[in-house]
Design a protein around this ligand. Structure first.
Ligand code: P6P
Length: 335
């Protein structure tokens, strides 16, 4: 019986034997994932923790913040500001980036996160999660600026999410495949449970908020109507639909059994390119999905190649099983 492999052992292997990650990045990832453990504990307390419901504040997106949004954000800031690995952080819950205070040493990395994605589901006990992404401070930058975060997703050094569900699971890539770790609450450690995950290239399952149908662009209407037509339609087979309305939960299902997740742009706000945020939702998820053999586009181009213009910019998202993402992307490119 081989002893379980901890996250630390997994990262040391990537650092020592494969030379894939520098020691400072390993230490940063250990701090971030330790903060995710604390968030998991806060989430699992539910009403008993006194932290359900609204915080009475609003984030930069104009969305009302829940108490646990604020708690999760503060947990990540407090855990990461003193260690000396980071130059700055950016969060869905903060208008501007957060430069490491001068009382602490600054490091070479930038950390971006959505501290509690899907948080509107918390009060009804549906899975939520933390999404994070690591970039390198641009060469020559001394004092980090907000524009230093505006790097394409191909420059990510690591990305991951923690999904707080029946069990808490961490999914991580440092560019050498995708591994999952389950939180062993007795030992208090993330324990390797799967490595080198592969997303099935074909699927019979799709995820989209179908109530937005009247707002979709023609390529999305065509793609979804073909799925709905099932065996009698052009696809010749039946499809099934799932929509948790918590991206981490939907993506977690897809990386395990295949599927396609879609949040298209729609014509409610023509200038808005989508609902999800590029830098700390779409990019980390796209990195993970591609590392697991899937694909991720905005309908017209690879998400990881999009050049960001603003910190909180939004993007349309089509990600998951390669064949389906390629098909719906081809429909967009046909015009
Ligand atoms: P809708 C959660 O608010 C989120 O950002 C993602 O986690 C989720 O996939 C999406 O929005 C759900 O959006 O419009 O279906 O509520």
């Amino acid at each position: 019986m081989t002893s379980p492999i901890s996250l630390t052992q997994y990262l040391v292997l990537k650092q020592r034997e494969k030379g894939l990650i520098p020691g400072e990045l390993r230490l940063l990832l250990e701090v971030v994932t330790r903060a995710c453990k604390r968030i998991s504990i806060a989430v699992s307390k539910g009403a008993l923790g006194g932290s359900l419901g609204l915080a009475g504040s609003y984030n930069v997106q104009g969305e009302s913040q829940r108490k646990l949004d604020v708690i999760a954000n503060e947990t990540l800031l407090e855990a990461n500001e003193w260690g000396g690995h980071l130059a700055a952080m950016a969060s869905e819950e903060m208008d501007h980036s957060y430069t490491i205070p001068n009382r602490y040493p600054k490091g070479e990395f930038l950390l971006l996160f959505d501290p509690l994605d899907g948080s509107s589901n918390i009060d009804v006990n549906v899975s939520v999660g933390t999404i994070f992404s690591v970039l390198h401070l641009p060469e020559g930058a001394t004092e980090p600026r907000e524009e230093d975060f505006l790097q394409p997703g191909t420059r990510q050094l690591a990305a991951g999410y923690a999904v707080y569900g029946p069990s808490s699971i961490l999914v991580l890539t440092v560019g050498d495949g995708v591994a999952t770790f389950t939180l062993d609450r007795e030992a208090g450690s993330w324990t390797l449970t799967e490595d080198q995950l592969r997303i099935p290239e074909t699927t019979r399952e799709y995820a989209i908020n179908a109530s937005n149908r009247r707002h979709w662009e023609p390529p999305v209407l065509r793609y979804i109507d073909e799925l709905l037509a099932g065996a009698e339609g052009p696809r010749g087979v039946d499809f099934n639909m799932r929509w948790v309305a918590s991206m981490v939960a939907d993506v977690h299902r897809i990386i395990h059994r295949g599927g396609i997740f879609m949040y298209p742009r729609d014509n409610r706000e023509p200038d808005r390119l989508g609902k999800l945020r590029l830098l700390y939702e779409a990019n980390p998820m796209a990195f993970i999905v591609e590392q697991a053999g899937g694909a991720a586009t905005n309908g017209r181009q690879r998400i990881l190649e999009i050049e960001p213009q603003t910190l909180h910019e939004r993007v349309a998202v089509f990600l998951g099983s390669k064949e389906e993402v390629e098909r719906v992307t081809a429909y967009h490119l046909e015009g």
